[in-house]
Write a new protein. Structure first.
Length: 239
C-alpha cells in the first residue's frame, strides 16, 4: 500500500519532509512539488492542494494533475483533508468528520480524465464515493488516539471561492447535506477513475452560513483550523 495525503487549508506544515519531487503530467503541473513525508510509523506522499504558498483557489486547483501525479508515484490510497462548514449542530467548529456521501454543486471544473484523447471514456461507479476501508482506517486511528471523530456525513461541494448564502445552505440541507466545502470534487471522482481508494477527513472550520447569528469571518476560520490541525496530525500519526 502506498499512501498520500492531499492537504487543504491549514494543513501545509503537518509533516516532517524527507524529499520533494517535481512531477510532470499530461494535465500540467500539480499544485505543488510532491513531498515525501513521515507521519508516525508511516511514510507517504503529501500534496498541498492550494499550492505552496497557499494561492490557488478551489475552482482553479489542477485536480487532474494532482491525482495523476500521485498515480504516477504508485499511490493507491488517498486521504484528503478538507476544511468545511457544518450544518450539523453536533459538529461545531474544530470537529473532525469522516463523511460517507457527497453532492457535487461545482461547475466548469475539469472533472474527468475522459475529457480528451489521453484516457479512454469511462463511466465510473460512484454510488459510494469514499472507500470504506480507508474511512474505517481513519475512524480507528481517531479512536486509538483518543480523538472524537464523527462517522458519516454528506458534503455539499460548492464552487467557491465565496462562501454560501443562507438560502443556499437551507437548500443544501434540504438536499441532505450536513457539511459544505469546496474541494472534495472533482478530486474524489478523479481518484476513483484512476483506481485509487479515497476518503476524506473533514475539519469543521465554522457553522455554515445562516446557521448562527455571527457572520463567518476568515480570521475565525484560520484560528479554528490552526487549532484543529494539531488533532489532524495526531490522528494521521496513529494510522
Ligand atoms: N463553506 C464552504 N467551504 C468552506 C466553509 C463554508 O462555510 N468553511 C470552510 N470551507
Amino acid at each position: 500500500m502506498s499512501l498520500a495525503i492531499i492537504g487543504g487549508t491549514g494543513a501545509l506544515d503537518l509533516f516532517e519532509v524527507i524529499e520533494q519531487k517535481r512531477v510532470e503530467t499530461p494535465y500540467g503541473p500539480p499544485s505543488s512539488a510532491i513531498a515525501r513525508v513521515r507521519f508516525g510509523a508511516l511514510e507517504g506522499w503529501f500534496v498541498a492542494r492550494h499550492g505552496r504558498p497557499h494561492r490557488i483557489p478551489p475552482h482553479r486547483v489542477n485536480y487532474r494533475a494532482n491525482i495523476d501525479a500521485l498515480h504516477r508515484l504508485g499511490v493507491d490510497r488517498i486521504i484528503a483533508v478538507n476544511a468545511v462548514g457544518s450544518m450539523d449542530p453536533r459538529c461545531g467548529p474544530g470537529a473532525l468528520v469522516v463523511p460517507d456521501q457527497l453532492i457535487d454543486y461545482t461547475w466548469g471544473r475539469l472533472h474527468s480524465f475522459s475529457d480528451d484523447d489521453i484516457a479512454p471514456l469511462r463511466h465510473i461507479e460512484f454510488a459510494e464515493p469514499f472507500a470504506g476501508s480507508t474511512r474505517t482506517a481513519l475512524l480507528e486511528a481517531a479512536r486509538r488516539a483518543g480523538l472524537r471523530c464523527h462517522d458519516g456525513g454528506c458534503v455539499a461541494v460548492t464552487q467557491g471561492p465565496r462562501l454560501e448564502t443562507a438560502a443556499e445552505i437551507r437548500r443544501m440541507s434540504r438536499d441532505g447535506a450536513t457539511l459544505v466545502g469546496m474541494t472534495t470534487m472533482p478530486e474524489a471522482a478523479l481518484a476513483r477513475e484512476a483506481g485509487m481508494d479515497y476518503a476524506s477527513l473533514c475539519v469543521v472550520a465554522n457553522a455554515a452560513a445562516g446557521m448562527d447569528e455571527t457572520p463567518i469571518s476568515e480570521e475565525a476560520i484560520h484560528d479554528v483550523l490552526a487549532g484543529a490541525m494539531a488533532d489532524v496530525r495526531v490522528l494521521l500519526a496513529s494510522l
